[in-house]
Write a protein that binds this ligand. Structure first.
Ligand code: CA
Length: 227
């Protein structure tokens, strides 16, 4: 049985989620503020966390950031704000997914299943091999990226995106494919999150080392071209 931690200060929502998730057969833990949420997550090691963004004591973003030092548990962020910068910040801090309130419970349940499955698949898979393009090296087992031996600090999502692009070197990949394969589902209409992350990668790699790694393919998406 999978254990899910709900970190949500709005009691009605927390109670509703607890009932729905229990009904689905999950074991449910709850925490009503960010600090308790973080402590519970570290102590109980749940299989997935549903984390509200706006929380007393410690914000959802901060909980996420601190948790990521210790754990790669799937995190679905709940946000009341339909604001791309909030979502991007949440994803940047290591959340795997987010939902804007109000949401349909069926959709949250679907994303929980995706999150749990991705995590399981990732944990049981064979170790992924080190990728090289020119002087750029990416090691999936240690989440390390370097250029000519110099380490490049990437967030989890930047790393996943670069990993995916490098695996598809020389192939044009669409924004939709990136969203579904890197972010895990269809973000319907919100593809600018991909563009934002491509900018981050270019800023951290191309601008710093004076190379060109990712080409924009007009009206399609992106292609990793560096070799
Ligand atoms: Ca809240």
């Amino acid at each position: 049985m999978s254990r899910i931690l709900i970190v949500e200060d709005e009691k009605k929502i927390a109670r509703f989620l607890e009932l729905e998730l229990s009904h689905e057969g999950y074991e449910v833990l709850t925490a009503g503020d960010g600090r308790t949420g973080l402590e519970t997550a570290l102590r109980e090691q749940p299989d997935l966390i549903v984390l509200d963004l706006m929380l007393p004591e410690l914000s959802g973003i901060e909980v996420c950031r601190r948790l990521r030092h210790e754990s790669d548990v799937p995190i679905i962020m709940l946000t009341a704000k339909d604001d791309v910068s909030d979502k991007v910040m949440g994803l940047d801090m290591g959340a795997d997914d987010y939902m804007t309130k109000p949401f349909a419970i069926e959709e949250l349940l679907a994303r929980i299943r995706v999150g749990l499955k991705k995590h399981r698949d990732g944990a049981s898979g064979a170790p992924a091999s080190v990728l090289k393009a020119g002087q750029l090296t990416l090691d999936p087992s240690s989440y390390a990226v370097s250029f000519d031996g110099q380490p490049i600090s990437l967030t989890k999502k930047e790393f996943d995106l670069l990993h995916y692009l490098m695996l598809h070197k020389g192939q044009a990949v669409t924004r939709d494919a990136l969203l579904s394969d890197v972010w895990g589902y269809d973000y319907a209409g919100d593809t600018n999150v991909v563009d934002v992350y491509i900018r981050y990668l270019r800023h951290k790699i191309d601008d710093v080392f004076g190379i060109r790694t990712i080409q924009t393919i007009r009206a399609v998406g992106y292609m990793f071209i560096y070799e």
